[in-house]
Design a protein around this ligand. Structure first.
Ligand code: SF4
Ligand code: SF4
Length: 231
């Protein structure tokens, strides 16, 4: 009898079949071939995700135009609650910054800065995501509505993403979000993408200092009403 076992992280993506609009985007997005399309009728099909093949990066979540995919343990409502919690209190005279860091190089660079005792402003709050590829444009805008004066997205180097393509997709979404911020009359420099490798604690600390200085020059961000940003 073969009693071999596969031990695997349960952080995998799930499709809400009710919302899936058979657009075919997600199968070509997944770097691991974990998504297939299953016909439900002659003209319709829905996306199916293999728990075995899914590596839990969330890139498909950030790509689905109909918000039909969620990642277990990083569902949009959980991410929003985390964002709001992190932005609820400042307690320093410096502007609040949300640093959204991937679990690989981004967050490890934060740890590296701590281990090397390189300080960064206490007003910079770290939000860890599996891969920056999970981010959706509206979430970047939502961060400002939650109280961030600036938002940093910190991922791997463009050609060194631990999930193959996630960080490249994040870079494009940051650019799009910057365009939208400009449309809303908000300085695009309040949002920035940073790419680093895990040992670059000093670079992370420098990036936070740079962002803080930029925000201090720009002055406080005041959103006049909820419609200022349509996140
Ligand atoms: S991207 Fe979203 S809507 Fe399109 S097939 Fe995949 S799950 Fe369905
Ligand atoms: S979470 Fe990543 S690995 Fe899993 S199905 Fe989505 S894109 Fe593929």
């Amino acid at each position: 009898m073969n009693d071999a076992k596969i031990i695997k992280d349960q952080r995998t993506a799930v499709v809400n079949e009710e919302f899936c609009g058979n657009c075919e985007f997600c199968p070509v997005t997944c770097p691991y071939g974990a998504i297939s399309l299953e016909p439900t009728s002659e003209e319709h099909f829905i996306a199916r995700i293999s728990d075995l093949l899914c590596e839990g990066c969330g890139t498909c979540v950030g790509t689905c135009p109909l918000n039909a995919i969620e990642l277990r343990h990083s569902r949009p409502n959980q991410m929003l609650a985390q964002m709001k919690g992190l932005m609820s209190i400042n307690g320093t005279p410096k502007p609040l910054v949300l640093a959204i860091c991937c679990s690989e190089c981004g967050h490890t660079a934060v740890d590296s800065s701590g281990m090397a005792m390189i300080p960064y402003p206490a007003s910079v709050r770290i939000m860890k995501v599996p891969c920056t590829g999970i981010l959706q444009v509206h979430q970047l805008l939502e961060a400002f509505k939650s109280g961030a004066q600036g938002v940093m997205v910190v991922g791997c180097k463009s050609d060194g993403c631990h999930y193959e393509v996630g960080v490249q997709k994040a870079e494009k979404k940051v650019e799009l979000a910057k365009t939208l911020l400009k449309e809303y009359g908000i300085e695009p420099d309040r949002l920035a993408m940073f790419n680093m490798v895990f040992i670059e604690g000093r670079e992370f600390a420098q990036a936070t200092q740079m962002m803080t200085q930029t925000l201090e020059k720009l002055g406080p961000l005041s959103l006049t009403d909820d419609s200022s940003i349509k996140a």
